[in-house]
Design a protein around this ligand. Structure first.
Ligand code: KG4
Ligand code: ZN
Length: 354
């Protein structure tokens, strides 16, 4: 089954054609460089750029896959969450194509796309098994999911404030590195000392409370995240260093970047391991843009120890936003004939996964 998928939830215009949820026949991503000068995504600029990019990206995806519309079995699109102006472009393109070419239409949640990136480029012998725990970390989301089976999502941990990727982007902006910040922090960290600054390993586990029998009871370890405190600690440290010696030099920036990256990743790895201990999954998944971070993968592997063999993460190009992951998730919707009427499909910027 060949699915053509469209993803426009943020600042990447992407179209992909994927066979049976795993074989990527084409995956085209037009990254909008317009935003780097602003240090973040400007919604209005993103929506306009999607309109300009959509037709060329669509044409290229069809050409690269060497298929015609007759070969396409279904069309999939990200319904949400995301920037409404960006989502509208993708959703309306998908609706029009579905009506024009008489193809079934599948609506996909952006996060389930990230999860199913772990099924891309895999055969039946090496796909994740259920139950699984997945840590999804991107610019907009940081959550832990428990899945009993395909498309069955239970959120077991989430962020109370910033997403981890957002923290990466904000720290990069603070250090004057540019946008998106994650890859730039990661690159700079290679030259820094990750133990130079002890930033807080924020833990939302509640303090012990007195039980009905009068004895103190330890709270269950929290699987939730908070990144605003870590971000503020980095800001305070930068201001303190600036007071001492005017502007930060390259070496100081590298130490800040490395210490921040190490701490942000330790928080993610710690909560993932807590979730694994509690829920005993048969597979452990990492997904989302921050999953491209090599140090994060290593920190998780080291904490998982012998559980390592069940640890899955997508290829770097499949971690950040792309339409192939949307096609992979859509394939499993198609298996249960979960189609949507093109006349009724509307984008939902606050679309809930579970
Ligand atoms: O999944 P994604 O492309 O978009 C959202 O759904 O948000 O994730 C983008 C996020 C950005 O915050 C970016 O800085 C971060 O992923 N990111 C990274 C790396 N590559 C991308 N963060 C850390 N290390 C990386 N190598
Ligand atoms: Zn994403």
């Amino acid at each position: 089954m060949k699915i053509l998928a469209i993803e426009t939830s943020c600042d990447d215009t992407s179209v992909a054609i994927v066979e049976d949820g795993t074989y990527v026949l084409s995956s085209v991503v037009a990254t909008q460089l317009e935003h780097s000068q602003y240090g973040g995504v400007v919604p209005e600029v993103a929506a306009r750029a999607h309109i300009q990019n959509m037709i060329p990206v669509l044409d290229e995806a069809l050409r690269e896959a060497a298929v015609t519309w007759e070969d396409i079995d279904a069309i999939a699109v990200t319904k949400g969450p995301g920037l409404v102006g960006s989502l509208i472009v993708g959703v309306n393109t998908a609706r029009t194509l579905a009506l024009l070419h008489q193809k079934p239409l599948i609506a996909v949640h952006h996060t389930e796309g990230h999860v199913y990136a772990n099924w891309l480029h895999k055969d039946d012998n090496n796909v994740p098994t259920f139950p699984l725990v997945c840590l999804t970390v991107s610019g907009g989301h940081t959550n832990l999911l428990y899945m009993k089976g395909h498309l069955e999502y239970k959120i077991i941990g989430e962020t109370h404030d910033d997403a981890a990727g957002e923290a990466y982007d904000k720290v990069a902006k603070l250090l004057g590195l540019g946008y998106p910040g994650g890859p730039l922090i990661s690159f700079l960290s290679q030259k820094g000392d990750k133990h130079k600054y002890a930033f807080p390993l924020v833990d939302l586990t509640a303090a012990p409370k007195r039980g009905v029998d009068g004895f103190m009871v330890e709270a269950e370890e929290s699987l939730d995240f908070s990144y605003s405190g870590l971000k503020s600690a980095v800001i305070r440290k930068v201001r303190e260093l600036e007071k001492q010696g005017n502007t930060l030099g390259e070496a100081e920036k590298a130490d800040i970047a490395a210490s921040f990256q190490y701490t942000a990743n330790e928080i993610l790895a710690r909560n993932l391991v807590r979730a694994v201990t509690k829920h005993k999954p048969t597979s452990i998944l990492l997904s989302g843009g921050v999953a491209a971070n090599v140090s994060l993968r290593e920190q998780i592997k080291s904490k998982l120890g012998t559980q390592n063999s069940k640890f899955f993460y997508p290829e770097p190009t499949c971690c950040t936003d792309n339409a192939a992951m949307i096609a992979a998730a859509a394939y499993f919707h198609a298996q249960i004939s979960d189609y949507t009427n093109p006349e009724d499909l509307t984008p939902d910027p606050n679309y809930k996964l579970a």
